[in-house]
Design a protein around this ligand. Sequence first.
Ligand SMILES: *[C@@H]1O[C@H](CO)[C@@H](O)[C@H](O)[C@H]1NC(C)=O
Ligand SMILES: *[C@@H]1O[C@H](CO)[C@@H](O)[C@H](O)[C@H]1NC(C)=O
Ligand SMILES: *[C@@H]1O[C@H](CO)[C@@H](O)[C@H](O)[C@H]1NC(C)=O
Ligand SMILES: *[C@@H]1O[C@H](CO)[C@@H](O)[C@H](O)[C@H]1NC(C)=O
Ligand SMILES: *[C@@H]1O[C@H](CO)[C@@H](O)[C@H](O)[C@H]1NC(C)=O
Length: 381
Amino acid sequence: MKSTKSARLLTVLVVFCITVRFLTTQEIINNTTPAQDNTTTTFTGIYRKHLIQARYCGNQVLQEDQRYRTVWVRSKIECVAVCRLDEDCVSIVYDKGQAQCHLADSRAFANCTNMEPAEPAASFYQEPPPCGYGETLGPLGLCICARGFNGTPCVRYFHDCADHYYHGNWLGDDEYSIQPLDSPEPFGVFCRFIANVRLHVMVRKKNKNQEDFNRPWNDYRDGFGRYDRDFWIGLEKLHLITSADRSYKLRVTIRLINDTSIVHEYNDFKVSDEASGYRLFFNTSVLNGPDDCLLPLLDAKFSTYDHDKDEAANLNCASVRKGGWWYRGSGCGSCSPHGILYKRSDGKLQGEQDEVFWSFLGNAAPYKLNMYLVPGDAVEE
Ligand SMILES: *[C@@H]1O[C@H](CO)[C@@H](O)[C@H](O)[C@H]1NC(C)=O
Ligand SMILES: *[C@@H]1O[C@H](CO)[C@@H](O)[C@H](O)[C@H]1NC(C)=O
Ligand SMILES: *[C@@H]1O[C@H](CO)[C@@H](O)[C@H](O)[C@H]1NC(C)=O
Ligand SMILES: *[C@@H]1O[C@H](CO)[C@@H](O)[C@H](O)[C@H]1NC(C)=O
Ligand SMILES: *[C@@H]1O[C@H](CO)[C@@H](O)[C@H](O)[C@H]1NC(C)=O
């Protein structure tokens, strides 16, 4: 019995891995071109040794005592060529008036303390430091993080789906790797773009009850299912995304059998950490009727059949409703998105404890029920 279940789970996982293209952070980083800084003149493509004009010290050149060799040249190009052939040469002072090329093996400091005023006809060029991936040459001749990168070393951070979209890494609805501010490592989420709002798909329940939602705590914590069928993102990811520096709305979209769509949004949606029971929080809701089912669940702890935190004596709501959720009190609350979709032909509720329902719909049963995290500043449809 147990082995059949793990075998089935394994199959699901294998299929999951094959079907869903997972972009690792490394791949994303390698696929993204860092911004180029064009504040400097480069000789790229002509000389292997790039000498760029260093203007950040004003009209100054490298101090005389740092130059180790002087040659007569007819042009700046020739001076560059001499430096290129000299292994030790890192910078040049080209003196057009004297037709002299001074070679040096050091560079201008960012604070310019090793520079001296130059003759009007002299100019200074140096090899830029080798900048690594995600870096660009800064105005002071130092490598700095390119736009969209930060940290030491420079790393591209995608905090959420919106970052992928706005930093030119959008390849359509798919799984993307994100790393919210306090997350120890990146993880995958499914990002959807719908009518000008950037979304994370959180939970998706549709068609034929393809995924078993009657699962233990660890599954609800870590997430389960397949993006193209039914799935649950996982409470830990929800916590990490919603507890970072940006605000999100929980958007619940419900499709009825007659194709009517109902959208409910909960502003400033947050889920606390595991130690405090993944408590539910939101500020205000939009489109809520007087019987909004999430309102009485504010600050409730999440429950699963093996982790009963519903505050109801002698009752295990997650077990009765056949799915993990925020439940409270002997009535368990009036939203139950993770049970069974009975899909009656008349579109009505079956009247069972374990079916999917959402209170404000009255007698109508959800035909599909999806949830997304939407950036707090997303425009309303
Ligand atoms: C990304 O680039 C780094 C550095 O060039 C390389 O070591 C790494 O293997 C690349 N990763 C992928 C997934 O291509
Ligand atoms: C960089 O190049 C762009 C396009 O040629 C130009 O519009 C811009 O002024 C340049 N920036 C600087 C700082 O030179
Ligand atoms: C200027 O920069 C150089 C090289 O980074 C450093 O050794 C020196 O102490 C700096 N001088 C001042 C006055 O900051
Ligand atoms: C669809 O069903 C709901 C619930 O029964 C009802 O309120 C709504 O008016 C219906 N919409 C249409 C277009 O028939
Ligand atoms: C909801 O947000 C508003 C505006 O930011 C704030 O004034 C109010 O205190 C918040 N309510 C709760 C319950 O946090």
